[in-house]
Structures are given as structure tokens and as C-alpha cells.
Ligand binder design. Structure first.
Ligand code: ADP
Ligand code: MG
Length: 890
């Protein structure tokens, strides 16, 4: 074995040099001369690297054997025993170089296609070593993957590891098959043979009974077959792995001295891949010439051979127990033959001793043949095996120079292809025609459809347009209607807005009018205020005048009262004098007539103030009293019935005088004097008697007890009758005085009225004499006082009897009588009447209210003024009326 390596010593890099190839290959290559020459030309002179890149270009291209070196990690033994020694190799994977240590200072450097360190994964090893081969097998080439190396360096690990426990440890066989299955279609056929070559005998690992199999070469095609070897078609990875396991179990392994696991046999896995490349089989044929043009019915046959070589250790070293030298020779015969062939091929030797061993015969296609071949050389790190490692490396180096002639293994059936092609062409024409027709039909259909759709679209568009138009028309109409309605509403609003304006104007006018009116009214008010001020001024002046006049009047009244008193005194004196003179004359005339009696008469009459009795003289009371004592009351009373009218009148006068004294009144009544006096009123027709008797009755009527007697004896009727018939004011005065006294008795009110007392009183006002009127007024006041008392006590509730009997008109008329006695009584009477609310209405209508108001303001007597004011303010009716008349009682 000669080498073409040039060595650069002294630490320099020893680079392999590619030997110039010889002009011819060894025999046994089956290839068409033209192609062969073409390929050879291509391969000639090309460098290893450039050749490696060209192998895919075309079928039949040249392909150098690709060689990778893999360093096994240190095993436990090496770790312990070699710890102190440096490894014999140093890898530079990035440079794809391996340094083999010659000694401590020198090493040889080798380049490989791939340098795989002890850390290289099984996957990476597969990809760089086997995958290109597998791919070319799938493309129809033969491919070989071999592992070469000393026993125990990891050949089996690299190729045959099943990776049951750790899938990442799967070896090349398993991974190759995975790729093949991945590319296989259902029609493809994959069948497997697994054999062992041991001591130049071939054993069927899948069927151990098939022993000593022979190798048959087809003399025509040069194809190698192993008749009798089981070729098992596998359908899936699982069954393949089972086969491998089976084969492994059968594999005869002989322990060697170096490694108990190492085998001295060669294990050869053969995978036959038949891929039918169909019409649509682009998965295979994209790079095929045929595929690029037509697709002929092709079956591609690829064969993958995976060879797990026996250990490369030297015979002498591997001589171990239980094995003969012959055996050792035999084991290595094939290897050495392989080496020789590789050397020959590397050197382009004209003779390649393929037939020297069964292994080389089997691998004839793989080395320097038509296959793509990949070799992985396995080495260990141990310096103890440096020699083996070195020889392994050299083996690899030589193998790198081996150029293979790649040949696609395709079988073409041209006749059938032509037939098929005819059929295909015809059918394609027909198909084309059909397609054309279909295409035209389709186009027509499409255009028809399109037209239809267009017309439909047009129609629907028109429809929708029309709809839209109608809708808009409708909307428009509605909007117009709405707007019209709105307009109407707005007009209405406008009107209503204008209306208020008119109203406003009117109101403004009215307001202005009002303002004008108010101004004139204000002016008027001012004028009136001025007038009022003027009036007030004049009123003040007037009031002063009134006060002055009133003062004068009061003075006058006072004066008059004084004068009246004087007159009365004078009259009494006159009466006394005339009485005395008369008595004196009588005494003178009759001699026996009682002197005493006459003397007392004057004094008797005096208190009654009978001013008209001219004969009432100035006699002392004592004389009458004396007469009363001397003659006796009974005697005097009897004189009342004397035939002589003069006696009668005197007797009456005496009684009357006596009755003026309160002491005598009781005696007179007890003695029946009252009855006699009343009798005189009816029996006598002498007015003088009437006058004196009435006077006496009046005196007696001052006593309450007597009042009842007078009443019970019909006194009122008699007095009323007397009043009716009397002409003399003094008579009337007496009668009125008597009745007035009776009027002051609370118990007698009803009887008095019933017997015409009030009417009688009122009838007497016909005589305008102030004395008479004063008595009438006194009677009325007494009666009114009793009535008001009765109503206050709740005894009386009806209207005043005075008003019933028509007294109000006279009362009102004389309320401002200039005679103060009259006025006073009437004022009191009015106040009493006013205290009973039932009288209010009559009083108001009768004008009494005005008099009361006047009294409350002008009455000279303060008590009466206050009484009148209180009376007015306590009567609701008066208050209402006063308010109505805008008068204040104050
Ligand atoms: P060979 O087949 O070359 O005799 P093996 O494949 O039987 O060697 O390997 C020998 C031992 O080294 C085995 O125990 C194997 O598991 C181990 N071994 C080999 N290569 C490797 C590696 N790359 N990584 C880990 N262990 C390895
Ligand atoms: Mg092994």
C-alpha cells in the first residue's frame, strides 16, 4: 500500500493531497460508456471538496467516498487508567482536522470530511454521515454507510444502536429507516436483509438457519445477490426495529481480548427501496431529467447497505482465547481485502482486488462502484491504542481518495412507455379538448350567469331605486305635511303671540287711562284734603263757638232752674197765703170751722209743690200736723165725701199735703185714704179735685208698697182716664208724675202697660208744658230702666214695650229737648233701651242711634256720655251700623 500523502514535519500541517486519478476504473462498474466517460471527465482532476459538491447534479455523477472520524468518549477504564496520559488525538472540528500525537512534541494533522468529537450527538452523526446517502438511495442510487475502527471504539454504537431507552441514542440504521419510511408512499416497497459475515461465511441474521449463504453476481448487470437470504418487506418503523432486534440477538458475537462487546464479525444491513415514480411522483423526480419533461412509469431501485465492520485491530493483538490464528486471519481477511481495494481505488490502480474477500465482493458497488458511500471511522482516545487509531485514520484517509461512480438505478420500459405515452397523449388531448370545452362552457355559463346577475342586479337596483324613490317621495310628502302642520301651528302661535300684544296694548291703554284717572283722582284728593283742612280749621272755630254757646246755654239753664225754684217757692208761699186767707175768711164766715185744719193744709201741700193752688199759704208744717192730730185722719178722709165741694177740695188738699210726708203715707193708706183718693178721680168731675187727688196719689206712689196698691185698685185706669180728660197742665203734671212713679216699679211693668199706662203717659205730651213733658220723660226713663234691668237679669227677652207702644218717635224727637230735665230723662231712657239688643233694629230705623251717638259725644253729663258710649260699643248691631255709616262711637 503506497500513500500519496506529503508530510510536513516539525509541527506543520500535514495536508492530504488528492492523487491524480488514473484514466480508468477497475472492472465491474456497470455504466454506459458515454455516461461513464462523461462522468470520468467530470471527476478527473477535481478536488475532493469540489467533487463532493457536485455529486447531486446528475445521475451518474462522480462521488468521492465521504469519510468522517468519530472519537468515542473515554470509557470508565480509560478514565481511570489513562488519566495521567494525554489523548493520542486532538480534534479540531471547526477545521475538520484531527491531530494525531506522534510524541510529546509532534503530531500529524489530518483532514476529514467531518470530524465528530466525543460530544457529537447521534443525530448529528446521522445527518453528516448517513443522511446524504439515504437521500440518494431514495433517489435511486445505491448507498453505503460503513463504520471502520478498532473494536470498542463505537462502530456498533454509531450504526446499530436501537435507542430503546434513550431515543436520542438511536443509531444510523434506525434513523435511516425512519427517513426512508417518511419518504415512502404506499406503493413503495421496502425490504430488508440482515446478514453477518464471519470468517468468510455469510449468515442470515433474520433467519439463522440460512447459513453459509453464497454471493451471486449477475454476469450481465453485475448486480450482487445473496440467494436464500431472507428479504423481509417492512411496512413500518416498528417492524423494522423488531427485525433489527432479532438480528442483533442472532448476531454472533465473539468476545475479544480488547472488548467483550466487540464483534469480530461484519454485520451488513441491506435495505432495498423500490419506489415507483408515478405521474405525480414529484417527491422523487424533481431532479430527474425525465421528470422535468415527461413522467414515464419508472421504478427506482435504491439499495442501502449499512456495514458494521469487525474490529480493525491487528491480528497479533487480537489473538485471544478460544480463537485460532486462522480465525483471526479470517476475521480480518475481509478487512484487509477492503483496505487493499481502497488503496487500489485511491491510487486509481488498474486492479482492484474486489474478489479477494466476500466483503469486498458484497461491497463492490459501494467502493469505487456506482454507489454513494460514506465511511465513519471510529477511534478511541486512549494513547495505549495509538497504533490502531493511527492505522484507522490512515484507512480513512485513503478511503477519502476513492471516487465512486454514481449511477442511478432506473429501469425504463420504453415500449410500454411509448404506449403509455400514446395513451397519455391521446387522453391528454381528449382531456384538453374536454377541458377546452368545459372551459368554454364554463365561460359561457359564467358570462350567462354574469349577465343574469347583472340584469338581476340592475333589476334589484332599479327596484330598490324605485323603492327608495317612493320612500323618499313618501318621506318628502310626510315632511311637507309635517312642515305644513308645523307652519299652521306656528301661524297659530304667531297669532296667539300677536293676540297678547293686542291685549297688551289694550291693557297698556287701560293702564295709561288708569294712571290718568289716578292722577286726576289724586289731584281731587289733594283738593279735598285742602278743603278738609279748611273745614277743619273752620270746624275748630265752629267748635269753639259751639262750646261758647253751650256754656251760655248751660248758664241760661242754670239761671232758669234757679228761677223755677224761686218761682216754686214763691208759688208755695202764694198757695199758703191764699189757703190761710181762705181759712181765715171761712173762720170769719162760719166761726166754728176748724182753724187748725186750715193752718196745716198749706204745709201739707207744700212738698208736692202744687203751684197752681193759689190758696196755699205760708203756713208752718206744724199747723197741718196739728190739724191731723186734732181732727184725726179718719175725720179728714170722711170730709172727702162731704157734700160741699169746697170742703171736699180742702180735705183733698190736706190729704195731699199729708201724703207728701213719708211718715203719713202709711197711715193715710191704712185709713183707706188711697182708695178715697182714687174714688175722687172717678167720682168727681172737678178738675181741681182731680189735680190735688192726683198729686196726693203721686206722693203716695213714691212708696213701693203703695204702688202695688194703686195698681191693684185700678189706679192706672183712673189716672189714664183723668189724664184724658184733664186740660190743666198741672193736673196732667200730677197724673204724669204719679204714673212716672209707678213706672219705676219692676214688678208692675206688664200690668202698667196692659192697663194703658204708657199710652196714657204718651197721650199727655199733647200738652206741651215742659213740666208735663218732664214727668212723661221721667216715666219713660223709669220704665226703660226697669226693662233694661229685667233684660239684663234675663227676665225679659222681647222688644221694649215702650217701643211697642210707639214711644220711640217722641223719645227721639225730644232727645235734644232744650229743657234739661226732659233731655236728661230721655237720654237715660235711650241708653236703657239701647242696652237691649232686640231694640237695636227699631232704634236704628227710628233714628235713635243718631241721638245715642250725639249723647255719647255731646252730653254735658259725663256719666251719661260714658253710658251712651259703652252702650254703643257693646251692641253689635250698632257697631255694624256705625261701621256702615263710617262713624265711630268714640
Ligand atoms: P465496536 O462496535 O466498535 O466494537 P461498540 O459500539 O460496541 O464498539 O462500543 C464499545 C463501547 O463503547 C460500548 O459500550 C459503547 O456503548 C461505547 N461507546 C462507543 N461509542 C460511544 C460514544 N460515542 N458515546 C458513548 N459511548 C460509546
Ligand atoms: Mg461492534
Amino acid at each position: 500500500m503506497s500513500t500519496n500523502y506529503s508530510y510536513k514535519n516539525g509541527g506543520g500541517v500535514k495536508t492530504k493531497s488528492v492523487s491524480s486519478s488514473s484514466s480508468s476504473y477497475s472492472s465491474g462498474y456497470k455504466s454506459k460508456p458515454a455516461v461513464t466517460s462523461n462522468l470520468r471527465r467530470n471527476s478527473t482532476g477535481s478536488s475532493a471538496n469540489s467533487a463532493a459538491g457536485a455529486h447531486k447534479d446528475a445521475p451518474g455523477v462522480s462521488g468521492r467516498v465521504r469519510v468522517a472520524v468519530r472519537l468515542r468518549p473515554k470509557n470508565s477504564e480509560e478514565l481511570s487508567t489513562d488519566a495521567d496520559f494525554a489523548d493520542c488525538v486532538e480534534l479540531q472540528p471547526e477545521l475538520k482536522r484531527l491531530k494525531l500525537r506522534k510524541n510529546n512534541w509532534d503530531s500529524d494533522t489530518f483532514e476529514f470530511d467531518e470530524v465528530l468529537t466525543e460530544f457529537a450527538s447521534q443525530k448529528r452523526v446521522y445527518e453528516v454521515v448517513a443522511k446524504p446517502v439515504v437521500e440518494s438511495v431514495l433517489e435511486g442510487y445505491n448507498g453505503t454507510v460503513m463504520a471502520y475502527g478498532q473494536t470498542g471504539t463505537g462502530k456498533t454504537y454509531t450504526l446499530g444502536k436501537l435507542g430503546d431507552e434513550d431515543t436520542s441514542a438511536r443509531g444510523i440504521m434506525v434513523r435511516a429507516m425512519e427517513d426512508i419510511f417518511a419518504e415512502a408512499t404506499e406503493t413503495d416497497s421496502i425490504s430488508v436483509s440482515y446478514i453477518q459475515l464471519y470468517m468468510e461465511t455469510i449468515q442470515d441474521l433474520l433467519e439463522p438457519a440460512n447459513d453459509n449463504l453464497s454471493i451471486v453476481e449477475d454476469p450481465k448487470s453485475g448486480d450482487i445477490t445473496l440467494p436464500g437470504t431472507s428479504l423481509i418487506e417492512v411496512k413500518d418503523q416498528q417492524s423494522f426495529v423488531e427485525l433489527l432486534r432479532l438480528g442483533e440477538a442472532h448476531r454472533f458475537a465473539t468476545n475479544t481480548k480488547l472488548n467483550t462487546e466487540s464483534s469480530r464479525s461484519h454485520a451488513i444491513l441491506m435495505v432495498h427501496v423500490k419506489k415507483s415514480v408515478g405521474v405525480s411522483g414529484d417527491n422523487v423526480g424533481s431532479k430527474s431529467h425525465m421528470n422535468r419533461t415527461m413522467k414515464p412509469p419508472v421504478v427506482r431501485k435504491g439499495k442501502l447497505i449499512v456495514v458494521d465492520l469487525a474490529g480493525s485491530e491487528r491480528i497479533d493483538k487480537s489473538g485471544s482465547e478460544g480463537h485460532t490464528l486462522e480465525e483471526a486471519k479470517s476475521i480480518n481477511l475481509s478487512l484487509s481485502a477492503l483496505g487493499k481495494c481502497i488503496n487500489a481505488l485511491a491510487e486509481n490502480s488498474s486492479h482492484v482486488p474486489v474478489r479477494d474477500s466476500k466483503l469486498t465482493r458484497l461491497l463492490r458497488d459501494s467502493f469505487g462502484g456506482t454507489a454513494r458511500t460514506s465511511l465513519v471511522i471510529t477511534i478511541g482516545p486512549s494513547p495505549r491504542h495509538r497504533g490502531e487509531t493511527s492505522s484507522t485514520i490512515m484507512f480513512g484517509q485513503r478511503a477519502m481518495k476513492v471516487e465512486n461512480m454514481l449511477k442511478i438505478k432506473e429501469e425504463f420500459d420504453y415500449k410500454s412507455l411509448a404506449r403509455k405515452l400514446d395513451v397519455q397523449v391521446e387522453s391528454l388531448i381528449a382531456q384538453h379538448e374536454r377541458q377546452q370545452k368545459a372551459y368554454q362552457d364554463e365561460i359561457e355559463k359564467i358570462s350567462l350567469e354574469a349577465k343574469k346577475q347583472i340584469s338581476q342586479a340592475e333589476k334589484s337596483f332599479a327596484d330598490s331605486l324605485e323603492k327608495e324613490r317612493l320612500k323618499y317621495q313618501r318621506d318628502c310628502m310626510e315632511s311637507i305635511k309635517k312642515l305644513e302642520a308645523q307652519l299652521a301651528v306656528n301661524e297659530l302661535k304667531e297669532e296667539s303671540l300677536n293676540k297678547p300684544n293686542e291685549e297688551l296694548n289694550e291693557v297698556k291703554k287701560l293702564l295709561q287711562n288708569e294712571i290718568r284717572l289716578r292722577k286726576t283722582a289724586e289731584e281731587e284728593v289733594k283738593n279735598l284734603q285742602n278743603q278738609v283742612a279748611q273745614w277743619k280749621r273752620s270746624e275748630v272755630a265752629g267748635n269753639a263757638e259751639i262750646l261758647k254757646l253751650r256754656k251760655m246755654l248751660e248758664d241760661e239753664v242754670h239761671q232758669r232752674e234757679k228761677l223755677e225754684e224761686e218761682i216754686s217757692v214763691l208759688q208755695n208761699q202764694l198757695l199758703q197765703l191764699s189757703f190761710d186767707a181762705n181759712e181765715t175768711r171761712k173762720l170769719l164766715e162760719s166761726g166754728d170751722r176748724s182753724v187748725d185744719m186750715t193752718g196745716d193744709m198749706g204745709s201739707l201741700i207744700s212738698p208736692v209743690r202744687q203751684p197752681q193752688m193759689r190758696y196755699s199759704g205760708e203756713q208752718e208744717k206744724g199747723s197741718v200736723a196739728t190739724l191731723f192730730e186734732q181732727v184725726g185722719l179718719q175725720k179728714i178722709l170722711s170730709l172727702l165725701e162731704a157734700e160741699d165741694p169746697d170742703v171736699r177740695i180742702h180735705a183733698v188738699k190736706v190729704i195731699a199735703n199729708l201724703a207728701a210726708e213719708a211718715n203719713n203715707q202709711e197711715k193715710i193708706v191704712e185709713a183707706g185714704g188711697l182708695a178715697s183718693l182714687l174714688d175722687l178721680l172717678s167720682s168727681s168731675d172737678d178738675e181741681n179735685i182731680h189735680r190735688v187727688a192726683a198729686g196726693a196719689i203721686a206722693n203716695l206712689a213714691m212708696n213701693e208698697a203703695n204702688q202695688e196698691l194703686i195698681m191693684s185698685q185700678g189706679g192706672i185706669s183712673l189716672l189714664a182716664m183723668t189724664a184724658q180728660n184733664a186740660d190743666d197742665p198741672q193736673t196732667l203734671r200730677m197724673v204724669a208724675g204719679a204714673i212716672a212713679n209707678l213706672c219705676g216699679n219692676d214688678k208692675l211693668q206688664l200690668v202698667l202697660r196692659a192697663e194703658g199706662g204708657i199710652k196714657a203717659l204718651l197721650s199727655m205730651v199733647r200738652c206741651k208744658h215742659p213740666d208735663v213733658l218732664a214727668q212723661v220723660a221721667r216715666g219713660i226713663a223709669n220704665f226703660a230702666k226697669c226693662e233694661s234691668r229685667a233684660s239684663t237679669q234675663g227676665i225679659k227677652s222681647g222688644k221694649s214695650l215702650l217701643i211697642e207702644d210707639g214711644a220711640l218717635a217722641w223719645i227721639v224727637k225730644n232727645a235734644s229737648n232744650e229743657a234739661s230735665p226732659i233731655r236728661r230723662h230721655i237720654e237715660l231712657a235711650l241708653c236703657h233701651l239701647a242696652q237691649h239688643e232686640v231694640n237695636a233694629k227699631d232704634m236704628i230705623s227710628g233714628g235713635a242711634l243718631w241721638e245715642l251717638v250725639r249723647i255719647s259725644r255731646d252730653c254735658s253729663r259725663e256719666d251719661i256720655r260714658i253710658l251712651a258710649r259703652r252702650t254703643l260699643s257693646s251692641s253689635p248691631s250698632f257697631q255694624v251700623e256705625l261701621k256702615r255709616l263710617r262713624l265711630n262711637s268714640g
